[in-house]
Design a protein around this ligand. Sequence first.
Ligand code: COD
Ligand code: ZN
Length: 384
Amino acid sequence: MSTAGKVIKCKAAVVWEPKKPISIVEIEVAPPKAHEVRVKILATGICRTDDHILSGSIKANFPVIPGHEATGIVESVGEGVTNLKPGDKVIPLFLPQCGECTVCKNPEGNLCEKNDLGVPRGVMYDGTSRFTYKGKPVHNFFSTSTFTEYTVLHEDCVVKVDAAAPPEKVCLIGCGFSTGYGAAIKSAKVQPGSTCAVFGLGGVGLSAVMGCKSAGASEIIGIDINKDKFPLAKQLGATQCISPLDFKKPINEVLFDMTNGRGVDYSFEVIGRTDTMIAALASCNMNYGISVVVGAPPSAAEMTFSPALIFTGRTWKGCVFGGLKSKDAVPQLVSDFMAKKFCLDPLITHILPFDKINEGFELLRKGKSIRAILVFGDEQHTRK
Ligand code: COD
Ligand code: ZN
């Protein structure tokens, strides 16, 4: 029986207020309005940013349904939607690509003006939510909200991908993988034969390592205080791995020693700390080095650094979603994955049923997972 045009009752994970566990309850999901689509979620990853909602360290409007890294199937479409139809496999886009704003029209821009990052509205473009709990509105998050069996997305915030793509893997292309990989290939534009340093070897840092490798870097130095991260980093392309804890001198000086006093061509900060952002900047060549900030700093953080670091020519930049235009990049990355140009398996340490969402967050907080993926429906099993 078709559900199109009807309210769907389904399970969703709601955060009622900061610092409280997420709870799974039955919500109502209204049909999509004009230029919106309703999507059945198949698999969704738990990203550090979702945990920031639970801990209250980033702003959100409560109650809220987090989750922004997923794969789903279109259930129904609203009026005026022409490029998607029921049954299409899709990836929600936490960074929209409206195609019309100044940023979308700039070839180098990717932070579409319609985005709901920063100070979030937590509602659809028309100012209302499609989610209710016992008739009371529940906010959405990052224009996506994927910790639910069904969500509603504006057509700017969703894209069709290869129907054969495995949902529990390609969901990573919706956030973590693209953030790191894009930082290397798009934001830094790593060149063949270059030297790179990646600070932080979590899932996003490892994706940056993969991006450096696929761009043809000849030397990729992984840096992490946790040496357990080194074997996987080497498997994915790091040529050497070092821990700052093993050296008396600052890590930027160590990296200069390792590169004949020149510094690396590209460095990436994928930890989210201000001290390592400066260390990464100081590690790249004083003239043509490019350093990319990938990790989000704590919201109140400020930093002090010597202007001499950039005066000599270094470029210091940041990027969201790897600097990639979401709607253009995501289907292409899924095709590249299907063509085996990169792998996602090493980033997926756990697959859990949706009901075990709190366990998934615990694994993340204890540093035991790289990515835990929640699956809906029958394909529920635990790996590793
Ligand atoms: N020196 C070296 N390594 C360190 C240090 C240090 N001082 N401190 C921690 N580390 C290592 C840890 O051991 C760990 O291996 C790694 O750094 C961090 O990895 P994870 O697993 O905690 O995190 P990731 O890879 O999943 O994500 C890291 C980000 C910093 C990228 C993420 O938290 C973030 O800030 N994302 C926001 C960026 C963004 O684009 N957001 C939009 C949507 S999410
Ligand atoms: Zn994320």
